[in-house]
Ligand binder design. Structure first.
Ligand SMILES: *Cc1c(COP(=O)(O)O)cnc(C)c1O
Length: 382
């Protein structure tokens, strides 16, 4: 009898491998917090904000409780609310539009480019027109640097300047990536990121940060982060949130940031190996000249209604895949009543049926990756 032994399971994202690499450094960092007991806004929070500023070049860093809050803080600090429109892509994680609704504003959905998966800057003006025709005041645009790749920030800035829009960049998936020689965190008026465990720079729970060069705005966000405090915590000058980054998470992030650049380089090697192994059989992601990606996801496109069969074929051989995102926001139950910009969202509708992400993390061994490539090639040729 021919008994085939199952090869070892492949992780889609391997958080455990990084934990093993960091080992005692994390144990010691957490132990220090357990010893000093300053669990809220302890010294590690300030230290991590300074490290993050040094890493990305932003003048101001305001850490907070999640990537979602990192988008709410600038919206609230700018006073964006009812009657205002916030323009964002439809093909993104729901939090990008959710925050607009949370502050009482109206999200307006714009299409994305089918090769970068990022907002089409050329469609922003049409969304501004749509907002005005509905009696809304267009106030901000939230571009997303999806799957680790920066959006076209120069073109977005030009469109935003023409319409007087504030730019809040949703870099939840892409912190560490760079656009034309500078890391995300500088450039747009504000950059927000997430430290959710599955993001390229993740902590061991929830966390986020806002980066900006605007000191005044940063101070307002620091106030909103802790119940709208004024000169001391029992002086309340505005309505705020409880959105501190836990000291333990800051301690973990300080250690993780030390190996982040190395992990970014490894992720890029993994992406290059995928491109080499798959470019002749499917649409692989490409990085425009002058950009770098941190590869939060490695997303290929399998058109023609063949995606589900492809996913099944990989699953049968122990290769996990994931679909980000199967339903664009303008078709979600919670968001479908919000407007779509005049230029439409045809690409978002189409690619939602084609995209599929392959295992991607900094600890994916070349031999394991070659198994993924081999299985994917066979499935694509069927
Ligand atoms: C993860 C994510 C967020 C939200 O981050 P949380 O830390 O989970 O709140 C926002 N936008 C995008 C594009 C994301 O991927």
């Amino acid at each position: 009898m021919n008994v085939r032994t199952q090869p070892p399971a492949i992780s889609f994202i391997d958080v455990g491998a990084q934990r093993r690499r960091l080992g005692k450094a994390i144990d010691d960092a957490v132990a220090r917090v357990l010893n000093h007991c300053q669990f809220a806004m302890g010294p590690e929070v300030r230290a991590f904000e300074a490290d993050l500023a040094a890493f990305c070049g932003a003048k101001q860093v305001v850490s907070c409780a999640s990537g979602t809050d990192a988008l709410v803080l600038p919206l609230r600090a700018l006073g964006i609310g009812p009657g205002d429109a916030v323009i964002c892509p439809s093909f993104t994680f729901c939090a990008t539009a959710e925050v607009a609704v949370l502050v009482g504003a109206t999200p307006i959905f714009v299409d994305v480019d089918e090769t970068t998966f990022n907002i089409k800057p050329g469609d922003i003006a049409a969304a501004v027109e749509t907002a005005k025709s509905l009696g809304l005041k267009p106030k901000a645009v939230i571009p997303v640097d999806l799957f680790g790749l920066p959006a076209d920030h120069d073109a977005i800035r030009a469109a935003a300047d023409a319409a007087g829009l504030f730019i809040i960049d949703d870099a939840a998936q892409s912190f560490g990536a760079s656009y034309k020689g500078h890391r995300l965190g500088t450039g747009p008026h504000v950059t927000s990121t997430s430290f959710f465990p599955a993001k390229p720079l993740g902590c061991y729970g929830d966390g986020g940060a806002v980066m900006t060069d605007d000191a005044e705005l940063a101070d307002i966000m620091r106030s909103i982060r802790i119940h709208g405090h004024g000169s001391d915590k029992y002086d309340n000058v505005r309505i705020g949130l409880a959105s501190r980054l836990d000291t333990i998470q800051a301690a973990v992030l300080i250690e993780k940031l030390k190996i982040f650049q190395d992990e970014i380089e490894t992720r890029n090697k993994v992406a290059a190996r995928y491109a080499e192994g798959l470019a002749d059989v499917c649409a692989v992601p490409t990085v425009p000249e002058g950009y770098t990606s941190v590869w939060a996801q490695y997303t290929i496109r399998v058109p023609g209604g063949r995606r589900d069969a492809f996913a099944e074929a990989l699953k049968a051989e122990g290769v996990p895949t994931a679909i980000y995102y199967p339903i664009p926001l303008h078709r979600q139950q919670a968001y479908k009543h919000f407007p779509v910009g005049k230029a439409g969202v045809a690409v978002s509708d189409r690619i939602a049926g084609e995209v599929i992400a392959l295992p991607m993390h900094a600890y994916l061994e070349p031999e394991v990756q070659d198994r993924v490539i081999d299985v994917a090639r066979r499935a694509l040729k069927k």
